[in-house]
Design a binder for this molecule. Sequence first.
Ligand SMILES: NC(=O)c1ccc[n+]([C@@H]2O[C@H](COP(=O)([O-])OP(=O)(O)OC[C@H]3O[C@@H](n4cnc5c(N)ncnc54)[C@H](O)[C@@H]3O)[C@@H](O)[C@H]2O)c1
Length: 934
Amino acid sequence: MVKICCIGAGYVGGPTMAVIALKCPTIEVVVVDISVPRITAWNSDTLPIYEPGLDDVVKQCRGKNLFFSTDVEKHVHEADIVFVSVNTPTKTRGLGAGKAADLTYWESAARMIADVSKSDKIVVEKSTVPVKTAEAIEKILTHNSKGINFQILSNPEFLAEGTAIEDLFKPDRVLIGGRETPGGQKAIQALKDVYAHWVPESNIITTNLWSAELSKLAANAFLAQRISSVNAMSALCEATGANVTQVAYAVGKDSRIGPKFLNASVGFGGSCFQKDILNLVYICECNGLPEVAEYWKQVIKINDYQKSRFVNRVVASMFNTVSNKKVAILGFAFKKDTGDTRETPAIDVCKGLMGDNAKLSIYDPQVQEDQIQRDLSMKKFDWDHPLHLQPMSPTSVKQQVSVSMDAYGATKDAHAVCILTEWDEFKTLDFQKIYDNMQKPAFVFDGRNVVNADKLREIGFIVYSIDSFCEPQMEETQGHRFICKFCDKSCDSGKSLGGHMRGHSALISAAKNQKEEADSKMGSQEEEEEEAANTHEDLSISEQSDGSMNQEKDSNISIGDDGNSVGYGLRENPRKSWRVSDLKICSLETTNICKECGKEFPSMKALAGHLRTHSKKGMEKGHICEKCGKGFASMRALFGHMKVHSKRLRVDNQDSESKQSLSDFDTVCPIRKKRSKIKYKMDASSSFSGLNEYSSAISEVDETEEAARCLMMLSSGVTDWDEYISISENSKNENVFLESESFHCAKGISAADFTVKHLSHTVFSDSGCVDGYEKNYEIAEFSDRLMLINTEITKVCYSTEMQFENDPSSSIVMQDLAFLNSCSVKNSGLNMVNSQIGVIRTSPDPLKSKVHKCPICSKVFPSGQSLGGHKRAHYTGFTESKTKETMVKNLDDVADNHKSFDLNNPVIAMDGGEKDVELKLWWVGSGDALMMSS
Ligand SMILES: NC(=O)c1ccc[n+]([C@@H]2O[C@H](COP(=O)([O-])OP(=O)(O)OC[C@H]3O[C@@H](n4cnc5c(N)ncnc54)[C@H](O)[C@@H]3O)[C@@H](O)[C@H]2O)c1
């Protein structure tokens, strides 16, 4: 009788050997493990792993030809074929840490085999191992072989947890790799004979050793890549209004692509995908293939991005904080029909929410409380070691996490429900009951697309699911604010408004023609007015929807080139968009006269802009332009409008010579570019994924900055845009905001000018600074300044200082905008997200600084910033500024006024400081992730 021994009674060893025993009654199979509790469980009625159909199989052959034992040496000694199915974790220290496979367990198994063997053996690699592992194993085995012949085979396992028994019964293929020697071929045949008991011969593939080893890594990389691809698409779908389920279906119908593994979700998990891709990345790097390594690394980065996006969505939707809110987590296993939590996305999502101080109430049908507590306390990669070798983080999660016996218990009194595993039972829950027992507004964040979002919305839930994007916070919490500008019908969402408006296509078409006529008459003198109207119009729309970027998207209902179809326009260039509000005015009014004050306007658009000056909202809010008395609904609107009064712009337009000079000036000192350009720049880079959860992250950051400038300017009493710019140009002070204005100009620097030398965290210290940390940041040219972008998607730290090799006097201070949000900006009604920007500043100490010499007059300045101020004096427009004394005085005033609101300085604890501390720890445990992507 052939004897098989399998070392490792885990998710692979247990089920595979049980199926071999079932299908080959003439073979004796013993599964051995060093873990006593595991073996005890295998011999009990409660198996150590949950796998549909496994119980039956084990019951049928246990005690007959299937045995579980801790007597490893005895059974290895007796076996003809030894399978090795031990864990192969990712290394956490030393060479290749965070990527390479840790073969400690494999090596110890191999040494033990060599020690106890007295007869020839076939040793089968069942574990997933790096390519060429067999070579190393061979050396260990033959070193002390005492004349015993060992043949190494690679027989990687392709089962998927949750369907393991099904997969083992009907495998797509069985892969056996061996040496191309007679001995190797004989060993291949012996193993083939085992599988041939139930697998058709055509499904048994034989290759050389290295192909078999690499095929397993490649298969997992391809599978994970599909998930990341569709998840990346889900982000784009959310940004554009497409439905990722529909897109995936359409794509999968292509027989070259196929429908499997195209479900968008909160991200992939499991013990294999990440580990094996990291392993693949490491192998590529070791073989001098950095580009290939980088390619596969992106699969993991997108996966992290997806989890991070989900957390951001939850926090942002729940009014930017989940602090002390109860969040029910339904599902903790990495997928349905398994109790396996290894690398489950739930861990990262829970840690993210805990970082924002949420109280979690978790329910999973197959995961026990101690496992959940352990997973949430453990460091990354530690899960893949035996229990006694799993060091726990000192921080206990017990205060923040409770585990419930069912979904109803978990969701009782919760503010939100996050569905993180696609368990079938979640589809049939009584959501009305759940809703009745929850806090209101009640949110559902479906990370697996298991619930019927429409039905839940009918109940009253605010629903976010991966496949159907909506902006719950805006669309649903604020009621019916989507009003047709033609017939005043109120709609539930921007999307339904869009659908409704298609009914007005004839009217819109006529209106468009009328508008074109009207616009063609528009004289140059109305340019300024139009600019105000445009700016104001944008802002008014935003105001109606509380400044939400997504609302803006919905509000950007535009007419296509054919003039008939109304849909959601991409935000290419707002000025080019035909806006519904214009059209209504065009079609319903025959003359351009203001009904409020009787003033006549040359175009409908100008009238539209003017009409808003009568807006009650604007007047109530009191954002009045001191120059012309116009009222505005928001500070941002006022800010946009104030640019119209800029002397600089007028000089620019009037004086062709100075225009020339200014264009030179632009080269040295780029003035803020139009948003569309900024957006393009940022979108083109793949490294900004971690910035925030929205696809149009950059324009939002841009808006945030602009809003911040506006706030600073207004709060300091500066109401004149020119005055504001002049002050910034001439600042020799350390007012960082002003500094940031001039620094880029002064140095003419670009992102490439800087190399990161040193990073230190001023606040974030939970997981400490790890090697390679600096790789997670990138410097990007961004509008009129350099920005430090956090490229590590799972990491948001509150404050980080950075120095640069080539200019030690300069430094960057990172701040979490969420913090600003909680301090000051929040009050402006702006909807900001957790994102980071850093603004480069120079040291005030001239001794430390390098020489800053003016290339025009050779004058030397102590700092790049003062040189910048000086250099601008060489260009036109500057002479119109106020006297230096006035400027310095203004500057002092501004600096005083800004002490409490300073974009660059680490934020001083203000009221609600406690909350701010929470924000510092926005993402716990992410330091580990750094290692992974470094
Ligand atoms: N889980 C999957 O879905 C899957 C699928 C295909 C391949 N794999 C690969 O199979 C391997 C095993 O995965 P798993 O999920 O079964 O892991 P596991 O952690 O569930 O099981 C491994 C077992 O090996 C035991 N072990 C470790 N060293 C030992 C030694 N020297 N002697 C005796 N026992 C020892 C451990 O105690 C543990 O019980 C890994 O390389 C994995 O990448 C896993």
